[in-house]
Design a protein. Structure first.
Length: 261
């Protein structure tokens, strides 16, 4: 019953606030649309707690640096975005252009200042990522990216992509790794939810200026190691992430974001 109630609320909130955001996007400036999305995120997090029984414990806020930075997060669940976005007043995020296929959503994303990049990846996607991230950086906004570019089941991982390194290099920004075990309670995009306390943890920032290989290895080690520890806190069992390679079908259905993002 919890899962049914939450999923009903999920779609009611998403459709209702989606229409409200589309109307707000007609108003000049980003603030009206941003205000609607902030309310949507708050209501979703409340629904997670009240209906699905999923509480979010946030750790490591004291590690967040001053000013602008990049958040690079593990992505186990549709709930990751809500849980992270809820922690900030103004957050830009990277997403694939598959979301623009939904009616009105493309307009909302553009007005919101989301960093929308082509799902086909490659050099063109990397240039688009750079250009659109530059706008967010110029406004002093923090940027959220899921460096695997794919929803990962608990205990699996995908190749960490280099888009996050390019942003850190181009804008001289620190990168804050984010670990989570939310996938234990809201697995990927699954209908069934499991009550309990999920953890979202901000880890020690990685400074800019590192070589790409060194940076990506350090980022992956930080996120995967701490994510495994958070999972073990709940299950009592150690988890070693298995590497998964996205299939062409993942790309076609939009589950994978650009290869360089």
């Amino acid at each position: 019953m919890r899962s049914l109630a939450f999923n009903f609320a999920y779609w009611v909130l998403s459709i209702g606030y989606g229409l409200a955001a589309a109307l707000a996007a007609l108003v000049p400036g980003r603030r009206p649309t941003s205000r609607v999305i902030r309310q949507y995120v708050r209501r979703m997090v409340q629904a997670m707690r009240l209906l699905a029984g999923i509480r979010i414990e946030v750790r490591g806020r004291e590690r967040l640096p001053e000013g602008a930075y990049i958040l690079a997060s593990k992505h186990q669940s549709w709930g990751d975005g809500f849980a992270t976005y809820d922690q900030f007043d103004d957050l830009a995020f990277v997403t694939g252009d598959h979301l623009e296929k939904f009616p009105l959503l493309g307009t909302v994303l553009r007005k919101l200042g989301a960093i929308v990049v082509n799902n086909c990846g490659g050099h063109r996607a990397r240039e688009a990522l750079k250009a659109r991230a530059a706008d967010a950086h110029a406004e002093g906004r923090r940027i959220l990216i899921f460096p695997e570019g794919n929803l990962a089941k608990v205990g699996e991982k995908f190749r960490y992509r280099s888009g996050v390194w390019h942003m850190a290099r181009d804008f001289d920004l620190p990168v804050v790794p984010v670990a989570t075990n939310l996938g234990l309670f809201w697995p990927q995009e699954a209908f069934e939810k499991h009550p309990g306390t999920a953890t979202l943890e901000f880890l020690d920032p990685i400074p800019p200026g590192l070589p790409k290989g060194t940076f990506l290895a350090r980022l992956e080690a930080a996120i995967e190691t701490r994510t495994a520890e958070l999972v073990a806190e709940v299950t009592g069992r150690p988890v070693i992430a298995a590497l998964q390679v996205p299939t062409p079908e993942d790309v076609r259905r939009g589950a994978v974001t650009p290869s360089e993002a």
